[in-house]
Design a protein around this ligand. Sequence first.
Ligand code: CP3
Length: 347
Amino acid sequence: MAKQPFNDNFLRACRQEAVDHTPVWYMRQAGRYQPEYRKIREKYTFFEMNEIPEVCAEVTRLPVEQLGVDAAILFADIMTPLKPIGVDVDIKSGIGPVIANPIRHVEDISQLRELEPEKDVPYILESVKMLEQQLSVPLIGFAGAPFTLASYMIEGGPSKNYHLTKAFMYAQPEAWNVLMDKLATLTVTYLKAQIAAGAKAVQIFDSWVGALNQPDYRRYVAPIMHRIFGELKEATDVPTIYFGVGAGHLLTEWNRLQVDVLGLDWRVTIHTAREELGIQKSLQGNLDPSLLLGPWEMIEAQAKEILDQGAKVPGHIFNLGHGTYPDIKVETLQRLTAFIHEYSQQN
Ligand code: CP3
């Protein structure tokens, strides 16, 4: 099939430039809600899918072709670069990352090697290069943020309250800083390698950092995020995105970072972010993914409201407030994508 002209609406929205229509993509747009994904997943473990470039590229392209979204996101996991540096991680279906050797002491941190992308994750760079040739929409590269990576590394798996993570942070602040520093270096190195291979934007997932209050975020996490986004800004002009769940109380802190786009979950409206919190950066979000199981009329009304709020200032990328769920229908996301393109073109 002939390659279509490159659709750069997503990149223009990241830079707060004029767009032909509001660009849209969905977090976890490659996933178990797709029958095609489930079929491939039956044959491979998660990391096998990740490590075979042809499979990784196919799964990355699938939602672009199936849904008509304006950006692709590399099929990988935030844990992908941790495996080669000495974290014994497995992805369990329906659970998430599970780690056999959780961090408890500072000595556990010194066991971790530095990431050398060409040697440690060659398959990721190969997949990015392959996709760069195949796609006619921008490819988003990504990494986990230090707090969120640390939460899995310390808890040993998913957590509800991040008790062990926060206890480590409060009780061993020096070890915490060593860990944050190491993970920040890994994040920057990994993202720079994805950009060099052809990623057109990068998103940093700090999914669980909303567990911290604002003063603790400022003290234990913000310095490392300033370093990460500062180093990326110095090295490259590809747009950067920062996302977290339940992190509305941190948005004013995030506004000070050298990041281009802030990702919102569904708890804070675009109106609140713009008018009450004074956020001037591009915004990405923020339909509640659970609403996708409600009646179409409700989905459409909510999408309209989000688009109307997003259109007041240049720089809006439509997305879900968090990732897709396995019980969402492909047809719902197809219809929503078409609606967003059509409605935002008219208005
Ligand atoms: O399509 C995409 O969004 C790209 C691929 C992607 C995955 N994970 C694939 C995946 C991305 C961007 C991620 C990021 C990720 N992974 C985050 C940050 C985003 C977020 O959701 O907050 C986090 C916290 C993780 C850790 C993780 N990995 C979780 C919570 C889970 C889900 C557990 C489950 O089974 O519901 C995973 C596994 C995972 N990562 C799946 C996929 C498609 C499901 C794996 C499967 O097929 O079993």
